[in-house]
Design a protein around this ligand. Structure first.
Ligand SMILES: Nc1ncnc2c1ncn2[C@@H]1O[C@H](COP(=O)(O)OP(=O)(O)O)[C@@H](O)[C@H]1O
Ligand SMILES: [Mg+2]
Length: 236
């Protein structure tokens, strides 16, 4: 088995007095697209936030590219090569699309495939809107911009939180194709999403979290044949 670029072992995390992760273990191999699935409130966001040092991790290990991330400040975790796109997408609404993208490259010393040209090839609408303020973009376009901004830093790992949320089927199809292209360029991607129909088109491997614990993991193909598990943990 190839060395995973990200490995969580028994991660316990708390929000105030409540234990939101009860010992999460998962691994993401280089070059793969991995899905973290689970219903609303299951612990997907908390898992990504633990990796980024944004929640209080009480015990466990978070190994990334040969180093332990636990206790490291968020900016350093980002600098080490994790591009994180939170579920609220958080672009700069008053800045132009192009300025938003430039800021994504600001702290990165890494060169790589992703730059303004390759981003505009990936998401042509961003080129058309490059001088407009982020605020005037549609929800789908803002999502593209948030993902693109993370790509501009040429991270080693891209983590997307709930990318499918609130998008129409047509926009979703476009997003699937774009993320597939990003994966085909060699990016390692961890996608947290509750939408199995979306995630199954992207991920080769899937973890299911429920109540802060990983309840299932296996290839996406296995999961799609396991209707019992899908019903138990994912059906709405
Ligand atoms: N800011 C917060 N303070 C306290 N509890 C929270 C907070 N955000 C989320 N939670 C709780 O943490 C648990 C996991 O939430 P989360 O990781 O956001 O789930 P998911 O992303 O899978 O929908 C849920 O029980 C949720 O209610
Ligand atoms: Mg979430």
């Amino acid at each position: 088995m190839p060395e995973p670029i990200l490995a969580l072992e028994d991660v316990v995390a708390v929000y105030g007095f409540s234990r939101v992760l009860q010992g999460v273990s998962l691994a993401v191999e280089r070059g793969r697209i991995v899905a973290l699935l689970g219903r609303n409130g299951a612990g997907k966001t908390a898992t990504l936030r633990s990796v980024m040092g944004l929640v209080d991790v009480q015990s466990g290990r978070i190994g990334f590219d040969g180093v332990e991330l636990r206790g490291m400040p968020t900016f350093e975790i980002a600098q080490r090569g994790i591009g994180y796109v939170p579920d609220d997408r958080r672009i700069f609404p008053e800045l132009s699309v192009e300025r938003n993208l430039a800021l994504g490259a600001r702290h990165s010393q890494r060169g790589g495939y992703w730059n303004l040209d390759t981003i505009y090839q990936l998401f042509p609408p961003l080129r058309a809107y490059r001088t407009r303020r982020g605020a005037v973009l549609s929800g789908g376009e803002q999502k593209m911009l948030a993902i693109s901004r993370a790509l501009m830093g040429n991270p080693k790992l891209l983590m997307l939180d709930e990318p499918s949320e609130g998008l129409s089927p047509l926009i979703l199809s476009g997003l699937v194709e774009a993320i597939q292209k990003v994966g085909a360029e060699g990016m390692t991607i961890l996608i947290a999403d509750q939408n199995l129909k979306f995630a199954r088109r992207l991920a080769q491997y899937a973890y299911i979290v429920e109540n802060g614990i990983i309840r299932h993991h296996g290839t996406m193909q296995e999961l799609m044949q396991d209707s019992e598990t899908v019903r138990k943990y994912l059906a709405v």
